[in-house]
Design a protein around this ligand. Sequence first.
Ligand SMILES: CC(C)(COP(=O)(O)OP(=O)(O)OC[C@H]1O[C@@H](n2cnc3c(N)ncnc32)[C@H](O)[C@@H]1OP(=O)(O)O)[C@@H](O)C(=O)NCCC(=O)NCCS
Length: 189
Amino acid sequence: MSLDNNLKVVLKAISPIGQSTADTNADLGAKKDTDFEKMIKLRHETLHYKRAKRLVEYEKDSLTSTLHLGVFEDGITNTNSEVCKPDAKLLACGTIVMEDQNDDLNEEFFRIRGMAVSKDFQGYGLGAKILDGLLEHANKTDFVKSIWCNARSSILPFYLKFGFEVQGSEFITDQGIPHFLLTKSITYK
Ligand SMILES: CC(C)(COP(=O)(O)OP(=O)(O)OC[C@H]1O[C@@H](n2cnc3c(N)ncnc32)[C@H](O)[C@@H]1OP(=O)(O)O)[C@@H](O)C(=O)NCCC(=O)NCCS
């Protein structure tokens, strides 16, 4: 499927310390979400809407080694620009954190987390756009040897398309969701 030609999207990095998008004059008092807050909401709605929000706030979200990417609607341009309107809707997001499978900070490993595409926009290539961007970042980062994630079993084919390989057997998380551990080696720099 492809997106409606009229829908312009922009891929850009999301800063955890982003300014609120409330205008300093006209919109004073009408606080709008920062891009980071939009991302937490999208993660929550898409991944764990019936559960506590803290489940989608990751310990390493604010580290400088972490990269968050978002696809925003309502771009000013649909070229490769990273510019979009401050109130642009976040349609998809994903995060890569420097962390090994013991959850320790380790510069040889990157973990993909929080892959979430807004329900009405799933199946249009936005998740692929995000994952492509995260993998490109890992490929360009010194010392990283391997990327891993715990993937929901229901979307395993999505990750397999990107060259991830299944490690071990299916397991059930504390939230009762079946998952597989997937890994992918860094093949080029
Ligand atoms: C999983 C998710 C991130 C994929 O993003 P998306 O934008 O819907 O997927 P895309 O349109 O980019 O799909 C890319 C490819 O993966 C395939 N794919 C995506 N989701 C799939 C699924 N559930 N089952 C099988 N294949 C799937 C697509 O068919 C497409 O293949 P193609 O390149 O041959 O056409 C998104 O659907 C989502 O947020 N799902 C709910 C939350 C979730 O499960 N997150 C991941 C937690 S580990």
